[in-house]
Design a protein around this ligand. Structure first.
Ligand code: UDP
Ligand code: MG
Length: 350
């Protein structure tokens, strides 16, 4: 069945608002209550990036953390003002909006996304860069030996399978956030301006030469997963509704099949009425069938609601996030974003 079709013209989106490319690589890290992981992450990440001998920057987005993460990140800017930049959200907007905000500010020609919890080893970044350097515009990592709970591993496998049949997005491991994109892909992601979105899928949709590579995976270094069952379900609805109309189409087809079957049943009952006479058996069977169908109708209404709700969010066009402060003392920032006291300028997202 047809999912939403790919872009027909390269320039079909409005121009993206990204600062000019002045570095080779931008590494983007969403952070939500990761105080214990940040110092080891920064140590390992900067060691890898410094070792490459290429120009780079690291953009941390503090996604409304309630712990010391914001202060720790400001400390990183003090320590390495040449490469570290921090975007400070005023509250929690979710991992994908945190990445989106960093995309809108990135100055790299290649952009790498990585989790802050050290589940994605920074030492794997050169593997991704080898593929982007070879001309691939979206490189996805897939986790070799996944170090997560039994439930998460099996739920993910099921979700990956459902996504594979309902959307046109070909991805081995949608949950792996260790990925690298070319600037043109990121420009298109930014220009698309979606609110409820799933960044790896959007990148895959825009990519002309995608590639995948196996990456190592570690157990969470400290703290716990920021995704409970409810948030995971919401995220997967974003993915499904954002990239496929199949759930709606399945309901249309099912409705048609049920109507056809009911028509046959009515014809059969009418014949019995004529040839056998009045009957009143099978009342509870009828209830059983009816309740089942009522359940199906409510589910269908819910699925329609998932789409309508997202349409509503998109048409309202509220700012997708708002930034409390930008901490940026790189040379490109000039004096505009310099904030020695840690109080930066206010800026609303698009
Ligand atoms: N994250 C975020 N905002 C959120 C939830 C998560 O920025 O609302 C970040 C989190 O700090 C981490 C990454 O997204 O860097 C992945 O989150 P997590 O490790 O909890 O997800 P999991 O590995 O369990 O899928
Ligand atoms: Mg994690």
């Amino acid at each position: 069945m047809a999912a939403v079709e790919g872009p027909d013209l390269p320039g079909h989106l409005p121009p993206a608002r990204l600062p000019p490319a002045s570095r080779d690589i931008s590494v983007v890290v969403p952070v939500f209550n990761e105080e214990e992981n940040l110092a080891p992450l920064k140590g390992r990440l900067l060691a890898v990036m410094d070792g490459l001998g290429r120009s780079y920057e690291v953009i941390f987005t503090n996604d409304g953390s309630a712990d010391a993460s914001a202060a720790i990140l400001r400390g990183f800017v003090d320590e390495r003002p040449d490469v570290v930049r921090v975007i400070d959200f005023d509250r929690n907007y979710g991992q994908h909006m945190a990445i989106m905000a960093a995309f809108e500010h990135c100055r790299g020609r290649t952009i790498v996304t990585i989790d802050a919890d050290l589940q994605n080893p920074p030492e794997e970044i050169p593997k991704l860069l080898a593929l982007t350097d070879a001309g691939h515009d979206a490189v996805g990592g897939y986790r070799a030996l996944r170090q997560d709970s039994f439930f998460r591993r099996h739920a993910s496998r099921a979700i990956n399978r459902i996504r594979a049949v309902t959307t046109n997005i070909a991805m081995r491991d949608q949950g792996c956030m260790l990925r690298a994109y070319s600037r043109s892909v990121v420009e298109r992601i930014v220009a698309s301006g979606e609110t409820s979105t799933f960044i790896p899928a959007l990148a895959q949709y825009f990519a002309a030469r995608p590639a995948e590579v196996e990456v190592a995976h570690a157990a969470r270094a400290a703290g716990e997963s920021k995704y409970n069952l409810y948030k995971l379900i919401r995220l997967n609805f974003d993915l499904m509704t954002g990239f496929s109309l199949v759930p709606l189409q399945v309901f249309t087809l099912f409705g048609m099949a049920v109507s056809g079957a009911s028509l046959l049943l009515v014809a059969y009952l009418a014949l019995r009425r004529i040839f056998i006479g009045p009957e009143a058996e099978g009342l509870f069977t009828l209830f059983g069938i009816l309740f089942f169908l009522v359940g199906v109708v409510i589910t269908g209404l819910g699925i329609v609601g998932e789409y309508v709700g997202r349409i509503y969010v998109e048409v309202r066009r509220r700012p997708r996030y708002s930034v409390r402060a930008l901490h940026d003392r790189t040379e490109e920032a000039g004096h505009r974003w310099t904030d020695p006291e840690g109080a930066g300028p206010e800026e609303a997202g698009p």
